[in-house]
Design a protein around this ligand. Sequence first.
Ligand SMILES: *Cc1c(COP(=O)(O)O)cnc(C)c1O
Length: 372
Amino acid sequence: MKSKVIRLSKSCLGENEKTAVLKVLDQEYLGMGKEVNQFEKILSEYFGRTALCVSNGTSALQLALQAINIGKGDEVLVQSITYVASFQAISATGAIPVPCDVEEEFLSIDLKDAEKKISPRTKAIMPVHYAGCPGKLSEVYKFASKYKLRIVEDAAHAFGSKYKGKLVGSFGDISCFSFDGIKNITSGEGGCVVTNDKNVIESVSDARLLGVEKDTEKRFQGKRSWDFDVTRQGWRYHMSNIMASIGIQQFINFNKIAKKRKELQGLYISLLYKTRSIIKMLPKREGVVPHIFVIILDKSIDRDLLREDLLKKGIETGIHYVPNHLHTFFKNKIDLKTTSRIKDSLLSLPLHPDLTKQDIEYVVENLLSELE
Ligand SMILES: *Cc1c(COP(=O)(O)O)cnc(C)c1O
């Protein structure tokens, strides 16, 4: 066993984050206030549209769906291969997540399959930017306009990624990001909703603070509402100053983080190129900041055994993801062709900005020797 375990993913923090958190602690105002306001301003400027900070990526998705009036009995199209957060956010609204297949190139939602699942109750589609890549997003927008669907992008993996030269979140209907501990940038836990739809902005601003009308402005001045009305279902989903202070420092450092992620991905691709007959990689696309590095193993390879053997060498790996229609809570007997073909062959290799070139070489060396 290697003395140091190479982690699949981790939070990568510096002294600046620590200093920023201590400063918030010293201020003795930990809730939603000045730092959250500042983080929102930074993000809104970055995206060129309004960004609203919330408690995590899952609550961002739920609040976005509720803001477009998705609720009981409605259906939302979503790929089955995604984090369970996408599915739980949909079902939290009372709506039904309708599991769809993925296309083979980028593992984004397969629109031919999605089309078969359209019903009179279909209200929205949730494309997931798997591994940081927005897949076939312009086709998703065409599809949505044909069937009059709203689009809530699950951009949890895609902070900083560009699609056809445009920053994800800077265009389209609604984009939701996650800042959880291992995402492209972190605020500890956290997330944001980005849009220019005025109704959505108003709805999310209030709904994240228990539905208390216009409480956001008060809190940003260090005050709170005492005499208020509540007109909608709300949740305790706001962000705290502690989280925002971490997020701000991560944002300042983001160019470095993004560059490192891209370099490590590039290194994997060049080292694994010669094994492409048994290891399929997702294509590298211009502008994408890779969040995870996923390979698809040949059918002949026992993935779970391989994972155990790599762990003995000190290499953590992951599975992104068990298809959600196989979970007890979302059980659905449908057959998703590509999903069922690849589900036992998906393997994620370590990818985070604290890894070195030598770490990646060690991972690939051991992977290849296991496959010999
Ligand atoms: C992380 C993630 C989310 C949810 O974000 P949290 O901040 O963890 O709640 C949603 N969708 C995908 C695909 C994710 O990876």
